[in-house]
Design a binder for this molecule. Structure first.
Ligand code: B12
Length: 317
């Protein structure tokens, strides 16, 4: 039997994905140009890895020679916030509060690939990634009909707003593609709430984020100290930032709590970190005891302590 798009979507749902779209593995010249300009302007800051092997990022055929289809998958991770941040605590962005999503998506993808291979009895090959692959996830997700890219640069879906993780499977199986979303569920039009709300003015123009100023980059990826004029605008945020999504009117009407229990706070660090507890961690072992299996290992012990020190200073100010 040959896998059909309908069957694939059924399998994706059974495997635990909330959204599934299919597109063809064409190059996307407009996105390539935008990406190249982004790098040329050094908006990637210290993330040198993203500037490397650009041709692979631009052409799915360089990732899988005989690729025929690109499957884009989405998982809703939204969880509501408490009303305020308690004294002495730092705020963790929503995507990072439970178990590391890379691990969660790996499990679900393996489940899905097992079903695909069982159904599709002809020889086929696949490659998949979440986040770390050299792949333009948002532009292909838009082309696969999952949603559209808003002024905050986020892929906004009709079902869950922008609170989704994106992952992809490149496959040699030929599947009927979906059409890009018709945008009937709303565009940004004249709204600029995300641009106006960003405390560090990181959204330099619609759909263009300067990582050098983005609190997400600064608290997660930046290896160095953070200039005071930016740090003083972080408020209580110690890992990532959700402001440009929190203010988005499309999110306000579409967000609903995730049904994936892996994102439960009990499986990770939760909504808040105790600032003093982090600052008192005595070594790497203690740091890993707190963060292992969650995205918070990324900035390492020094980075997380740096962020907590900033939040404490901001609280005192
Ligand atoms: C590098 C990176 C970052 C960097 C840079 C962010 C950025 N805006 O590029 C930093 C560390 C700052 C970051 C932060 C965050 N990230 Co991030 N990040 C990535 C990563 C690894 C690459 C993105 C990339 O290529 N950026 C370069 C820019 C130029 O490309 P792009 O954003 O894809 O933009 C394209 C479109 O805008 C397109 N485009 C199409 N039409 C048009 C029209 C116009 C006029 C323009 C200007 C552009 C444009 O052209 C661009 C180039 O192709 C992706 C995973 C992946 N492999 O794609 C995750 C990813 C984008 N991140 C994600 C998330 C969740 C976040 C955060 C919300 C995390 C947090 N809470 O702190 C923030 C959000 C910040 C923001 N508003 O973008 C999700 C986004 C899911 C979604 N619904 O959109 C992704 C897809 C990871 C995943 N697998 O789920 N991230």
């Amino acid at each position: 039997m040959k896998l059909t798009s309908t069957k694939l979507k059924e399998f994706a749902q059974i495997a635990g994905f909330d959204l599934c779209g299919i597109t063809t593995p064409d190059r996307l010249p407009e996105s390539e140009a935008k990406f190249t300009k982004w790098i040329d302007k050094s908006y990637h800051a210290d993330m040198d890895w993203i500037a490397k092997n650009r041709s692979r990022r631009f052409d799915p055929k360089e990732l899988l020679g005989n690729v025929k289809s690109v499957i884009i998958l989405g998982i809703n991770y939204y969880q509501p916030n408490s009303e305020s941040v308690p004294k002495g605590k730092g705020l963790v962005s929503r995507y990072a509060r439970g178990k590391d999503y890379h691990k969660i998506i790996k499990k679900k993808t393996e489940n899905l690939l097992y079903r695909i291979d069982k159904e599709n009895q002809e020889d086929c090959e696949h490659k998949w990634w979440v986040d770390y692959g050299p792949f333009l996830e948002r532009p292909y997700a838009e082309k696969a009909g999952l949603g559209y890219i808003g002024k905050n640069g986020m892929l906004i879906t009709k079902q869950f707003g922008s609170w989704i993780f994106i992952s992809e499977i490149l496959t040699t199986i030929e599947l009927a593609p979906d059409q890009p979303t018709d945008l009937e569920h709303g565009k940004c039009t004249t709204c600029t709430l995300c641009i106006d709300a960003c405390p560090t003015d990181a959204i330099v123009k619609p759909r263009l984020v300067d990582s050098n100023k983005c609190i997400s980059y600064l608290t997660i990826e930046r290896p160095k100290t953070i200039p005071d004029e930016l740090a003083s605008k972080f408020g209580a945020m110690v890992f990532g930032c959700d402001i440009c999504q929190d203010v988005c009117p499309h999110n306000l009407s579409r967000q609903r709590p995730t049904t994936h229990k892996e994102f439960d706070y009990a499986n990770g660090v939760g909504e808040f970190l105790d600032l003093q507890e982090v600052l008192n961690l005595k070594d790497r072992e203690a740091f890993l005891k707190l963060t292992a299996g969650t995205p918070l290992t990324r900035p390492k012990e020094d980075g997380l302590k740096r962020n907590c020190k900033i939040a404490l200073n901001n609280e005192q100010d």
